[in-house]
Design a protein around this ligand. Structure first.
Ligand code: COA
Ligand code: ZN
Length: 300
């Protein structure tokens, strides 16, 4: 991996839209994904194959994945269980993500399974993906703090990372699902992770609940991490994790990366337009903290 390239994976069409009050049709979600890809975003989480009873906004995942299956971009889909995995495989998904959480209670609230069971299931799905020629990647959700059980131990994150990699996961995404981490914690955890695992298979997923998203991303960059989830316009939040606000905004991450001299392959103007489009489809004014400044720069 080029050390000067920051890979941005936009999770707006999934994490961003799963929690909205407005239902966005699969066709409009495909339009949003295409705009992200046209702006040069190299990775997008396009859908989640979850129960429509649990998360009604994510209905139509199969339509989205099959519509986009010939795209050369890194398009991923979230799968919570074997049923979701099979649906994703049949639709032509090339990358699937599992989402085990680090604590017992969060797993029960999110997937209705305990920690040991979800870890075993996630490992099984990673093995299946490998056999089926699908890239399997695994989140470690609530890797810093759980809204129900509080602080999460680094040992637990290390144990999950090791177990999932052994099962065949090709990437581990350390997720601050509720946006509770600070940069010192991020540095401490990633120092430990990168001492044991290849930094190229590690990625992050930050929420901006306490305005730490960008600072946490910087801490991870300093630890050698180059792959980041972010969400267009800062949309996001988990319906099962109380108190979680939106994700780190893609436009903030991209702007910081460019100002620091990193390449992302992303066109800021097209990204800003995509952020406006995302706001229009949910009927709200959204945008990262850089949006005003970026708009001003582009108007000059
Ligand atoms: N996709 C679609 N439907 C699914 C499904 C999937 N991956 N897994 C189960 N279902 C359906 C079952 O067929 C069953 O349908 P029915 O009531 O019509 O018979 C129903 O959901 C319940 O199935 P069950 O296996 O008992 O699941 P559950 O009620 O224990 O719920 C999950 C487990 C994983 C399906 C559910 O908790 C879920 O979808 N969670 C997603 C959480 C999420 O997206 N969080 C945010 C991202 S981290
Ligand atoms: Zn998230």
């Amino acid at each position: 991996m080029d050390d000067n390239f920051i890979f941005v994976n936009d999770v707006g069409p999934r994490d961003g839209l799963q929690n909205q009050t407005i239902d966005v049709s699969p066709e409009t979600r495909v339009k949003l994904i295409e705009k992200l890809l046209d702006a040069g975003v190299p990775g997008v989480e396009v859908a989640s194959f979850v129960s429509p009873k649990a998360v009604p906004r994510m209905a139509g995942a199969g339509d989205i994945v099959s519509e986009l299956k010939d795209s050369p971009a890194a398009l991923s889909a979230l799968v919570p269980n074997l049923k979701g995995y099979e649906m994703a495989r049949v639709s032509g998904a090339k990358i699937i993500s599992v989402v085990p959480s680090a604590t017992e209670t969060m797993n029960r609230k999110n997937i209705n399974m305990g920690y040991e069971d979800i870890l075993a299931l996630s490992c099984d799905l990673m093995r299946r993906a490998k056999d089926d020629g699908i890239k399997g990647q695994a989140y470690v959700s609530v890797a810093f703090e759980c809204p129900f059980e509080g602080q999460v131990s680094q040992d637990r994150v290390m144990e999950m990372t090791e177990t999932l990699l052994e099962a065949g996961a090709q990437e581990i995404i350390i997720a601050d699902t509720i946006g509770a981490a600070n940069p010192a914690q991020v540095k401490s955890l990633f120092d430990r992770l990168t001492a044991s695992f290849d930094k190229e298979i590690l990625a992050t997923h930050f929420h901006d609940t306490r305005a730490m998203g960008l600072a946490n991303a910087y801490a991870a960059i300093e630890c050698g991490i180059r792959k980041f989830d972010a969400s267009i316009g800062g949309l996001g939040g988990c319906p099962f994790a109380p108190g979680a606000a939106g994700n780190l905004a893609t436009e903030d991450l991209v702007s910081m990366a460019h100002q620091m001299g990193f390449e992302t392959g992303i066109d800021e103007k097209a990204l800003l337009e995509t952020s406006h489009f995302a706001g229009e489809i949910i009927g709200q004014q959204i945008g990262g903290r850089m949006a005003g400044w970026m708009t001003y720069q582009m108007s000059k």
